[in-house]
Design a binder for this molecule. Structure first.
Ligand SMILES: C[S@@+](CC[C@H](N)C(=O)[O-])C[C@H]1O[C@@H](n2cnc3c(N)ncnc32)[C@H](O)[C@@H]1O
Length: 262
């Protein structure tokens, strides 16, 4: 924490509010928050999957950073790579990043039908989709094709969510459960090949990091604003100053599913 201890509450709030939230690059948090990464190394595995694919689709690509990293690392690119993105600021950002790699970014809201023909892809991927559109994934996969993804799991970072919103009902805490997703994938006609879950430590070292995180990950505390939560932010700031970093836990699962051969 070092010098940041002496920064005033108001200065830290102003800093957390000023950081842009587009894209999905978390480098701003360096030195202010830490998050352990899942042991399976999604982006590196994605590179291997892309190298073996002919036609690939990345869903909800965000700013395109993960796909761009994986394509840069892949020994060979698919003949065709397409990404979808629904949030206009990220459509522009992802296009700028991915066009030089020959990837078309298609503007498509995350709850809309995928704008592709049946069986168009042998690989569909996604990291942290807001939700996985299982019937649509199954439809656009060729027989024998694979869905390879990393998902956010249940009660992820709920220490922070519940700090602001109070205890959440079990139905909310268990949303995004990997076993529910297994059932949904199977109901859509997919075979689950691999499903692994991990819980990972997150530390927030100052209140600016909390503010930026809640502005960026808008699903955590819906309608979060500094004005609406100022008293809670002040007491959390004081708690971090006296007790050290606020600790929470994220949950992630690796999901691999296959459309059965025709
Ligand atoms: C959690 S993001 C993950 C993006 C990307 N796959 C990655 O892992 O870097 C999933 C989706 O949420 C969207 N999203 C992120 N912030 C948003 C915001 N403030 N408003 C609306 N959609 C947002 C992204 O644009 C993306 O389509």
């Amino acid at each position: 924490m070092g010098g940041q201890d002496s920064r005033s509450f108001e200065e830290l709030l102003a800093e957390g509010v000023a950081v842009p939230t587009e894209g999905w690059d978390f480098s701003w948090f360096e030195g202010r928050a830490t998050e352990a990464r899942p042991s399976w190394g999604y982006a590196v595995s994605l590179a291997d999957r892309l190298a073996a694919a002919t036609a690939a689709l990345d869903l909800q690509t965000g700013g395109g950073e993960v796909l761009e990293f994986a394509l840069g690392r892949a020994t060979k690119a698919p003949v065709l790579t397409v990404a979808t993105e629904g949030w206009p600021p990220n459509v522009a950002k992802a296009t700028a990043l991915l066009a030089p790699r020959g990837v078309a970014v298609v503007a498509s809201p995350e709850d809309a039908p995928l704008p592709f023909a049946d069986g168009a892809f042998d690989l569909v991927t996604s990291r942290h989709p807001v939700q996985a559109p299982w019937p649509e994934i199954a439809r656009v996969l060729r027989p024998g094709g694979t869905y390879f993804a990393q998902h956010v799991g249940p009660h992820s970072v709920f220490e922070l969510v519940e700090y602001f919103l109070g205890p959440q009902p079990e139905e909310v805490r268990s949303g995004r459960h990997p076993e529910r997703e297994r059932a949904d994938a199977e109901a859509a006609g997919l075979e689950v090949v691999d499903l692994r879950a991990e819980e990972l430590r997150i530390e927030f070292h100052d209140i600016a990091a909390v503010v930026h995180f809640l502005r960026k990950v808008i699903w955590m505390v819906p309608d979060f604003t500094v004005e609406a939560y100022r008293p809670q932010l002040r007491s959390l700031h004081e708690r971090i100053a006296s007790d050290g970093p606020f600790v929470a836990h994220s949950t992630r699962h690796l999901f691999e599913a296959r459309r059965p051969d025709a």
